[in-house]
Design a protein. Structure first.
Length: 379
DNA sequence: GTTTCCTTTCCTGCTT
DNA sequence: AAAGCAGGAAAGGAAA
């Protein structure tokens, strides 16, 4: 959990930096040298001046990472000299943070303390009032982690293979490596290397990563061409390496037993039924999952985007990738956009979604949906 | 144990 | 032609 949000941020900013058509302002890295973590993880300049994911979450539930990001944000915004920070105070979680009073803040952060204190009080009030409307922050974290795992498992991610680019179109079978070991040490090396690539620039990337058809890590201008999804993504059926997937792949060659049976068996070993593993937590309906991806635009790697934020109109940019992600959550490796979209269409009847005619891959939240509106999120 | 909800799967026909 | 959309039908897991 701890390194994952760091990772996502880097991946995310990396993605933005690499693929953005806009020149990135303020590219000079600002390092907080006292932190013994990798300096690039604290590279505020890549974060820009946009408030981070912590902004959507009740401070009470912030992870240490989010607290740190929040501090970074204010350091940057107020042009505070980061070297004056006592980093001992920068590794507390949200709960601890929320127990600090104004003097504590001044003691801990000096002249930045007042600003931090005021902002935190504001955020506490803001989220406090909307508590009921909000998704459980822990569910959001879960979605975060899922996104992270998913992204980590991508074979086309540059530098996963010892500095070699694993082009998506070249990859059929990925040598599995335990996701566990990726998470900490490996993920960190990955980040370091990844950041180096960012610094080297987009130009150095192979075609498979630059082309809009090759990679779903590429969020650039989906409107520019007609087809936004990646059919080959699915057709390749490359394994996505998460804990749940590994378990699943080991336990069953191919899951069957759900849904309408096919008219005739088509050569697949569809009768090897296996137990679906235990708990499916509540609050994990499809529309909520989609919503959670959408309300983390920094996190979702261009999988989806808002078409009209206020009206709740959104679009799948990488439809098959989202389906895969949903499949991961449901421990179902054979999920496709086709099937996911059928479930989406059932929502029309229940007014969880509204129909958007004539626009492919575009949906709109309906009156029986919640948790996506700016006001609900306290923004 | 039964019912209900929420998908998942498959399918046919239609539209873009 | 391919991809997406529409919605019926059937099945199933999980929760009520």
């Amino acid at each position: 959990m701890s390194t994952s949000s760091e990772l996502s941020r880097i991946l995310n900013t990396a993605n933005v930096t690499m693929y953005s058509t806009e020149p990135q302002p303020n590219l000079q890295p600002l390092h907080i040298s006292m932190v013994n973590r990798a300096p690039q993880l604290l590279d505020i300049s890549f974060y820009g001046t946009t408030a981070g994911p912590w902004n959507h979450v009740n401070p009470q539930y912030w992870t240490k990472k989010q607290v740190l990001e929040w501090i970074e944000y204010h350091v940057e915004e107020s042009k505070f000299d980061a070297s004056l920070l006592n980093m001992a105070y920068c590794s507390m979680d949200g709960s601890t943070l929320c127990h600090m009073n104004r003097e504590d803040f001044t003691m801990a952060f000096g002249t930045l303390g007042e600003r931090l204190h005021q902002n935190l009080e504001m955020l506490k009030a803001k989220h406090g009032h909307h508590q009921d409307d909000l998704t459980d922050p822990r569910d959001l974290t879960e979605t975060y982690d899922l996104l992270n795992d998913f992204l980590l498992g991508l074979p086309q991610s540059p530098l996963l293979h010892d500095g070699q680019f694993g082009g998506l179109l070249d990859t059929v079978v990925v040598q599995p490596s335990p996701p566990q070991e990726r998470r900490d040490s490996d993920s960190y090396n990955f980040l370091t290397a990844y950041k180096t690539e960012i610094d080297n620039g987009y130009e150095s990337l192979p075609e498979s990563l630059q082309s809009s058809t090759g990679s779903f890590l590429n969020p650039s201008s989906p409107e520019s061409n007609g087809s936004d999804s990646d059919p080959e993504f699915l057709d390749m059926r490359y394994p996505v390496k998460t804990k749940s997937f590994e378990k699943q792949e080991r336990g069953e060659q191919k899951k069957r037993g759900r849904g309408r049976p096919p008219k005739l068996s088509r050569g697949s070993d569809q009768f090897t039924d296996s137990k679906k593993s235990k708990h499916t937590p509540r609050g994990t309906h499809l529309w909520e999952f989609i919503r959670d991806i959408l309300i983390h635009p920094e996190q979702n790697q261009g999988l989806m985007k808002w078409e009209d934020r206020r009206d709740g109109v959104f679009k799948f940019l990488k439809s098959e990738a989202v389906a895969q992600l949903w499949g991961q959550k449901k421990k179902n490796s054979s999920m496709t956009y086709e099937k996911l979209s059928r479930a989406m269409r059932y929502y029309y009847k229940r007014d969880i979604l509204e129909r958007v005619d004539g626009r492919r891959l575009v949906y709109k939240f309906g009156k029986n949906s919640s948790g996506w509106k700016l006001e609900e999120l306290g923004m």
